[in-house]
Design a protein around this ligand. Structure first.
Ligand code: SF4
Ligand code: SF4
Length: 338
């Protein structure tokens, strides 16, 4: 086994940072998210590799919350693209849990497959390496096992780390993984260590048959009841590792300016408001239903896997206690044709 002692972790992060921007889960003041290792302040910031999930997932590394796309110049009636900003600087996500890796795989499906490629996403994602941190003790709100995630063997990771107490067992899983491993091979030892035993999930979630059942539940009265507490704040979508809705805006200064995109949310009324004032999802219930149908039915139909990774973040942040697990349970129990 290749093993990296935890006493050498910071040296390893420094070395990896020589050739890539390394994003690590950290607590910085009140914020917990994946921050660039270069911004780490010893004694002030806290590394969060042992926490199950920081508040913000690492999706912003490959799909930033705001992203400049083009700078433009008006010449008479013509709009010319002056420069395109496709960011391909090398990045490493260090310590992502399996649920967050699955969130990035879902974005790969949406942005890179079925005949459409988002060049901005592609540039970032091609230059990105994922070093995952296997889970052995699921938290109270975790249910990734029900959403096709293998928590100890996360698919899509370039390296898998396994926390063995004083050290991480380090296993490269791809060419990109081999390349980052080569950079820090001098810090590793070959030895056998005992891996932790996987603990059971406290939450029992049964997603089987839900996607199929939802096909007949678009008009079901259940949505009235379930959506009633929702205030459409959008918090659930912003913390979600697999939500990828965005809006494109333009900022002009005279005849020059730029286009940028920013995360948006299907929970917001403006998201689907049309120029003429019509809105196919004008009512809160319609937006709520859209979110859960997209997560649990539509994405599964199109890409063969749910768009929820079972990370549990939306359960924690929702100010009105809406819980996707209870929604799955309610769908399972619902009478269809009621
Ligand atoms: S966090 Fe809760 S209240 Fe806010 S939009 Fe999501 S489900 Fe609705
Ligand atoms: S829907 Fe909720 S539980 Fe599922 S991946 Fe998104 S934030 Fe996590």
């Amino acid at each position: 086994m290749k093993v990296l002692s935890k006493t050498k972790l910071q040296t390893a992060l420094n070395k990896l940072s020589d050739s890539a921007e390394v994003f690590v889960p950290m607590q910085k003041g009140e914020k917990s998210a994946y921050f660039s290792w270069k911004s780490y302040e010893d004694g002030k910031d806290e590394l969060m590799l042992e926490a199950l999930n920081v508040y913000q997932s690492p999706k912003n590394v490959v799909f930033p919350q705001t992203e400049r796309m083009y700078s433009i110049k008006n010449e008479g009636m013509k709009v010319n693209i002056d420069q395109t900003y496709e960011d391909d600087h090398p990045t490493i996500i260090f310590g992502a849990r399996g649920c967050d890796v699955k969130g990035i795989l879902a974005m790969d499906d949406a942005f890179l497959t079925r005949g459409y490629e988002d060049s901005f996403y592609k540039a970032r994602r091609s230059a990105n390496t994922i070093i995952a941190n296997a889970c052995y003790e699921p938290g109270a709100n975790c249910f990734c096992n029900a959403m096709e995630v293998d928590l100890t063997e996360p698919a899509g990771a370039d390296v898998i780390l396994r926390d063995a107490g004083d050290a991480y067992v380090w296993e490269a899983k791809s060419e990109k993984g081999e390349a980052v491993t080569a950079q820090i091979k001098d810090l590793m030892e070959d030895k056998n260590v005992k891996l932790p035993e996987a603990k059971p999930f406290t939450q029992k979630v049964d997603y089987s048959g839900v996607a199929e059942k939802l096909k007949d539940m678009f008009e079901h009265p259940l949505w009235d009841k379930l959506s009633e507490p929702c205030i459409n704040c959008g918090m659930c979508t912003f913390v979600c590792p697999s939500c990828y809705c965005f809006d494109i805006q333009v900022k002009m200064f005279g005849d020059e300016g730029y286009r940028f995109r920013a995360w948006d949310s299907c929970m917001f009324e403006e998201y689907t408001r049309e120029a003429g004032g019509g809105n196919p999802r004008g009512a809160s219930k319609e937006r709520f239903r859209q979110r859960f149908l997209h997560k649990l039915e539509f994405f599964k139909e199109r890409y063969g896997t749910p768009l929820c990774t079972g990370c549990g973040r939306c359960i924690v942040v929702c100010p009105t206690d809406i819980n996707i697990v209870k929604i799955i349970d309610a769908v399972k129990e619902a009478e269809v044709n009621a």
